[in-house]
Design a protein around this ligand. Structure first.
Ligand SMILES: Nc1ncnc2c1ncn2[C@@H]1O[C@H](COP(=O)(O)OP(=O)(O)OP(=O)(O)O)[C@@H](O)[C@H]1O
Ligand SMILES: [Mg+2]
Length: 413
C-alpha cells in the first residue's frame, strides 16, 4: 500500500524535538506550546510507514485525555482511509496498522501486545509503573517513544528520565520548549504569557510556561518552610479553633492555636453526626471557632451555635474561599507565624498541591490523600488573625493590607 502523504507544517522546535532519529525523544514544554499536536503527527507517521498489522500506542494519564487525543487523531485523518472503534479507542489504517489510545490509570492494561511505537503525553502525570509497562511492550520491538509534557516538580520518573536524556544518554534526545519559543513560532501570544505571569505565583509560572520544575513539586507552602514550622504540641490555652467536618470518607479534624500561633490542640475522629457535634461543642467550649459549614456542615453549625456561651462561626468552602484561606495559611507558614506538630498535620501539608486548571488554581490533596488537617489549620489561622483585631481597622493596618494586595500570595514560592 502506498500512502500519499505530506507532513503538516511544524515549528522548527517541534521538528527538532520530536522527529529526530533517536529512539527516545523527551520534551519538557510550556503549556500550549504545541506538544500533543506534533506527536499526533509523529504517531500517525510511525503507523503509516511501519509494517502491516502493527500496533502503536498513545498513552495519556487518564481516560478523558486519551479520548481527546483519539478524537483529534480521528479528525486529522482522511475518513475514507480509516476504520475506527470509539469505545475501544483504536484507529486503523490500511494494512491493519492500528493506533490505540490508552489511559495509564491502571498499569495492568499496558502490558501485553508488542507495540512498535508509543507517545506518552503528560508524562509527569503518568505513574511510574505505567511507564515501565509501556517500556516493556516496546522492548521486543525496539520501538521508539516520545515522552512529552509539562514539568511537575522533581519527584517523578519523567523528571529523572529528562535529566538522563539532557545529559546525553545514548539514543535519547532532549528538548526544553518555553513559551517564548512558542511565541516566536506564532503558536502562543505574548499577551497570554503576560497575563499568566501577572496572575500566577512565580513557581507556577516557571513550571507551566518556562518548563522549569520547582523544588516543591507543586506544594504551595514550600517544603522547607513547613519543616521550619515543626515543633512540639503547645501546652498553652486555645484562642482560636478551626474545624473541618468529615465528608463521606475522611475525618473530622479540629485544630486549636494558642496566643503565639502554636498548635495546642489536635482532634481527629470519625463518629456519627450527633456524637461529632457533641464532641466539637465539648472540646471547643467558649473559644472562638470557625467551622466548615459547606453542605452537611450547615445544620451542624446551626446546632453548635445554639450551645450556651459558644462562639461558632461558619465557613463555606468554595474554590475562591479555599484559595483565600490557603494563601493565608501559606503566608503564615512562610513567615513562621505558626508551630505545627510532626505527624498527620505536617504530612498533609507536605502532600498538599496546587493544580493549574483551565478555570484557575485549585488547592487540593492528591488523589488518595486527605486534606482535612490542612483545612482545619487554615480555618484556625484565618480565625486567629481576625479574632486578634476584632473590627479594628487602623490606618496602619489598612496601609499594610493595601500593600499586600498586589502580591496575591504574599511570598515567592
Ligand atoms: N504545528 C502546528 N501547526 C498548527 N497549529 C499548531 C501546531 N502546533 C500546535 N498547534 C496548535 O496550538 C495549540 C496547542 O497545541 P497542543 O495542544 O499540541 O499543545 P500542548 O503543548 O500539547 O498543550 P497542553 O499544554 O494543553 O497539553 C492547538 O490549538 C494546536 O492545534
Ligand atoms: Mg497537550
Amino acid at each position: 500500500m502506498n500512502f500519499e502523504y505530506e507532513r503538516p507544517w511544524l515549528a522548527e522546535y517541534q521538528r527538532a524535538a520530536l522527529f529526530g532519529p533517536e529512539r527516545y525523544g523527551v520534551v519538557e514544554g510550556s503549556t500550549k506550546c504545541g506538544k500533543t499536536a506534533p506527536c499526533l503527527i509523529w504517531l500517525a507517521e510511525q503507523t503509516m510507514f511501519g509494517g502491516e498489522g502493527r500496533s502503536h500506542w498513545w498513552v495519556a494519564p487518564v481516560y478523558t485525555q486519551a479520548e481527546i487525543a483519539y478524537r483529534r487523531m480521528k479528525e486529522g485523518l482522511p475518513r475514507d482511509m480509516i476504520r475506527t472503534h470509539d469505545s475501544e479507542r483504536w484507529i486503523e489504517l490500511p494494512g491493519a496498522r492500528r493506533m490505540w489510545f490508552k489511559s495509564a490509570e491502571k498499569s495492568d492494561n499496558l502490558y501485553g501486545d508488542d507495540v512498535y511505537s508509543a507517545v506518552l503525553d503528560e508524562a509527569s502525570r503518568i505513574r511510574e509503573e505505567s511507564w515501565h509497562a509501556v517500556r516493556s511492550t516496546l522492548t521486543a520491538t525496539r520501538g521508539p517513544a516520545r515522552i512529552i509534557g509539562n514539568v511537575k516538580g522533581r519527584k517523578n520518573w519523567a523528571f529523572a528520565l529528562a535529566r538522563k536524556a539532557e545529559a546525553g544518554a545514548p539514543d535519547m534526545s532532549y528538548r526544553r520548549i518555553t513559551a517564548y519559543d512558542a511565541i516566536q513560532a506564532g503558536i502562543l501570544s505574548q499577551a497570554e504569557i503576560d497575563q499568566a505571569r501577572a496572575d500566577l505565583p512565580e513557581a507556577v509560572f516557571r513550571e507551566l510556561y518556562l518548563a522549569e520544575p520547582s523544588d516543591d513539586g507543586g506544594n504551595p507552602f514550600g517544603l522547607k518552610a513547613i519543616g521550619d514550622c515543626v515543633g512540639p504540641l503547645s501546652g498553652g490555652a486555645p484562642v482560636a479553633w478551626g474545624w473541618d467536618l468529615a465528608k463521606s470518607v475522611d475525618w473530622t479534624v479540629g485544630i486549636a492555636l494558642d496566643i503565639d500561633g502554636r498548635v495546642c490542640r489536635f482532634e481527629r475522629f470519625q463518629k456519627p453526626w450527633d456524637a461529632t457535634m457533641e464532641r466539637i461543642g465539648e472540646v471547643t467550649g467558649s473559644v472562638p471557632a470557625l467551622v466548615d459549614s459547606t453542605g452537611v456542615g450547615d445544620p451542624i453549625l446551626e446546632l453548635l451555635q445554639k450551645r450556651p456561651g459558644s462562639s461558632f462561626e461558619g465557613f463555606k468552602f468554595t474554590s475562591e474561599s479555599k484559595q483565600r484561606v490557603m494563601e493565608g495559611l501559606a503566608v503564615a507558614i512562610q513567615k513562621q507565624e505558626i508551630v505545627i506538630p510532626a505527624g498527620p498535620i505536617r504530612s498533609e501539608l507536605e502532600n498538599f498541591e496546587y493544580e493549574y486548571t483551565r478555570t484557575g488554581v485549585r488547592y487540593t490533596a492528591p488523589d488518595g490523600f486527605h486534606d482535612d488537617c490542612v483545612c482545619a489549620l487554615a480555618l484556625a489561622v484565618s480565625h486567629k488573625a481576625h479574632a486578634r483585631h476584632p473590627l479594628k481597622i487602623t490606618p496602619a493596618a489598612l496601609a499594610a493590607a493595601r500593600q499586600r494586595q498586589p502580591m496575591r500570595f504574599g511570598f515567592r514560592l
